[in-house]
Design a protein. Structure first.
Length: 202
């Protein structure tokens, strides 16, 4: 009887050890998965960003640069630096406002998005403006690609999308490429050439 009882105790101990081992494996898998998810969230499908992007805007920039292929976080960051130098209260003589320098008519015409989930699309809210910038750049990219396909414009699609953001898609189509207006032809290469500053390690 004692031998039988001792055997049962050993069996129970072995089962407990096996269950504990399986729980450790399961927890390791969960932690690893969580780490990978966090790593993906920190870099985004379009790549990460460097410390040159102000910390308070990094997640917004990564989100905005992960909406469509071709518009990356580094591009979004370089564009913001050119537009407002990260000043969320920036304004231009032409009337552009906020960190991403949207014209109010463009913003109110559908470009403005609610980026922080507060139920409002505020042109002066950087979280709203940056995600709106990402969506708008993706829209401009699709538009200029249609111009290229139809033969009404030529050039690198991303460069033409930047030109459209700055001067308007109609101006790009009319010029057949990057407009020469004293501003846009400088704006585009400035952003393209500074992208490396904002590109993170992927």
């Amino acid at each position: 009887m004692k031998l039988f009882f001792a055997w049962k105790l050993k069996l129970a101990a072995a089962l407990i050890a096996a269950i504990a081992f399986l729980m450790i494996i399961a927890m390791s898998s969960i932690v690893g998965s969580s780490y990978q998810q966090n790593k993906t969230a920190a870099s985004g499908p379009g790549g990460g960003v460097s410390d040159s992007v102000p910390e308070q805007y990094r997640s917004d920039v990564i989100r905005a640069g992960s909406i469509c292929a071709g518009i990356t976080p580094a591009l979004i960051a370089a564009q913001i630096a050119a537009e407002s130098n990260w000043n969320e209260n920036a304004g231009s003589e032409a009337g552009a406002q906020g960190i991403s320098q949207f014209m109010p008519a463009t913003w109110d015409g559908g470009a403005g998005k609610d980026g922080d989930g507060d139920g409002k699309a505020d042109i002066h809210n950087p979280h709203d403006a940056i995600i709106s910038q990402g969506h708008y750049m993706c829209s401009m990219l699709a538009t200029v690609k249609s111009y290229i396909e139809s033969g009404t414009a030529s050039g690198a699609p991303v460069e033409l999308a930047l030109a459209a953001y700055n001067a308007g898609a109609g101006a790009v189509q009319s010029a057949g490429g990057i407009p020469t207006n004293g501003e846009t032809e400088k704006y585009v290469p400035k952003i393209i050439n500074s992208m490396a500053t904002y590109q993170g390690v992927t």
